[in-house]
Design a binder for this molecule. Structure first.
Ligand code: PGA
Length: 264
């Protein structure tokens, strides 16, 4: 069975409630006009304060709303942190873990990220695990070693029957927010490496079911060619996901027009 395509937005620390309402008004119009397409799964990772609102606004659409981070503890004295159960109460269905901004600005390590992956799965949230090398690591020919370590450490101890529920995003750090999108060939190479790693460690069935997204300066112009690569199953989009018109364009570029007989 073919993997479902996924287009995911990472809003980062952007948008107010009013801006969120405007975004949903527009994106819903776009989705209606795309009804003759087979659409991908569409995910939006909103700031904590907007999750409940975005979830409400997404009702009766195909959009799923999630968070950009969580803590691995169930509850406790962790000022400023948010637990998985709280995200679920706000109607989040997924959570980004290990984003490079969390790793580099907030010094999160693979072990902490691993605990978050397991906690999210335990609570029934889909973890969207981000991995990726820095420019220094790429220039030093360490990309595969870095990806293997991140996959190994962040997935350690995950129950075998839950591994297929994870989504993985390959986001080279040098491509995030820089305008330097990886070439489709370079991204495919990294995705293939991840797919083969998953096959070796988690078996063929899991490796063929896990969706691998590419992220890093994706826009409406680069989306289609990236999506045409055999091991790129979707995209994780920051900057270009904030504007409903450009996000809708990326969804359109990642959709397949339905044939007349499919529509009937
Ligand atoms: P970008 O962000 O599309 O703005 O590069 C991607 C991400 O950080 O997930």
């Amino acid at each position: 069975m073919a993997r479902k395509r996924i287009i995911a937005a990472n809003w980062k620390m952007h948008k107010t409630a009013d801006q969120t309402k405007l975004f949903f008004d527009k994106i819903k119009q776009h989705l209606v006009s795309l009804s003759s397409h087979q659409l991908p799964r569409v995910l939006i990772a909103a700031p904590y304060t907007l999750i409940a609102l975005a979830a409400e606004l997404s009702e009766s659409t195909l959009i799923e709303v999630g968070a950009q981070n969580m803590n691995d503890a169930t509850e406790g004295a962790f000022t400023g942190e948010v637990a998985a159960s709280m995200l679920k109460e706000a109607k989040a269905t997924f959570v980004i873990v290990g984003h490079s901004e969390r790793r580099h600005i907030f010094k999160e390590d693979n072990q902490f990220i691993n605990r978050k992956v397991k906690k999210a799965l335990q609570e029934g949230l889909t973890p969207l695990l981000c991995i990726g090398e820095t420019k220094l690591e790429r220039d030093g020919h360490q990309t595969e070693e870095v990806l293997a370590t991140q996959l190994n450490d962040c997935l350690e101890g995950v129950e075998e029957q839950l591994i297929e529920k994870i989504i993985i995003a390959y986001e080279p750090v040098w491509a995030i927010g820089t305008g330097l999108t990886a070439t489709p060939q370079l991204a495919q190479q990294a995705h293939l490496f991840c797919r083969e790693y998953l096959q070796q460690h988690w078996g063929k069935q899991a490796s063929e079911k896990i969706s691998l997204l590419y992220g890093g300066s994706v826009n409406a112009k680069t989306a289609k060619e990236l999506m045409s690569q055999p091991d790129i199953d979707g995209l994780l989009i920051g900057g270009a996901s904030l504007d409903p018109d450009s996000f809708a364009k990326i969804i359109e570029e990642s959709s397949v027009p339905l044939q007349a007989e499919d529509v009937e």
